[in-house]
Design a protein around this ligand. Sequence first.
Ligand SMILES: [Cu+2]
Length: 223
Amino acid sequence: MKRPALAPMMLIALGACEAPLSTLDPASRTASEIAGLWWAMLITACLLLSLVMALALHALRGRRRQSPVSTRTFLIGGGLAMPAFVLLAALVAGLVIGERALPHDAPDIFEVEATASQWQWQFRYGDGSVSENVLYIPARRPVNVIVRSQDVIHSFWVPRLAGKIDAIPGQTNVIRLRADRAGRFAGACAEFCGTGHADMLFEAVALEDEALREALGSLETAP
Ligand SMILES: [Cu+2]
């Protein structure tokens, strides 16, 4: 029987890390921390799976030697202490990263209103200009995106810049973005919202100040 081609499969899997909507190709501090937590959880899960498989293999071999570890120690250590430590570490890391991602007060915040509707995004800037499905933001500045919905629940997500936040009818949510550099970053609706959900894509374009002024100046304004 042929062995599966492990190397090509791994290359394909790692290639996905650089896809436009990949959380594993971060371009901001928040996205880097989220990706770091994901890698830590993946590595820990792999180690625990290896340990469980090794123990299962040992048991299946039917060896009847006396184990050097007592059943009580094994159950308390492996069944309670280790999972409690792993889950607590993941919880603390998640809380710290989540708290740092909040839209705290900061100097020079750029604000944009994002309104979701089936199936597009409209972005409104402070000067009254409006763009559809393209979000212009300044590079290296904190951006507060004020997210609303006109109809059903959607979710605003630019995976390379931050986590996601729901757009809920009748409610206003705010998410902080901060691109480390100028560039184009893919965004998507991350909550199934109807037949056009898969096409509800947008792009976040991070620009230097002068280029941002020009881009916003070229947009139409709306009342
Ligand atoms: Cu959607």
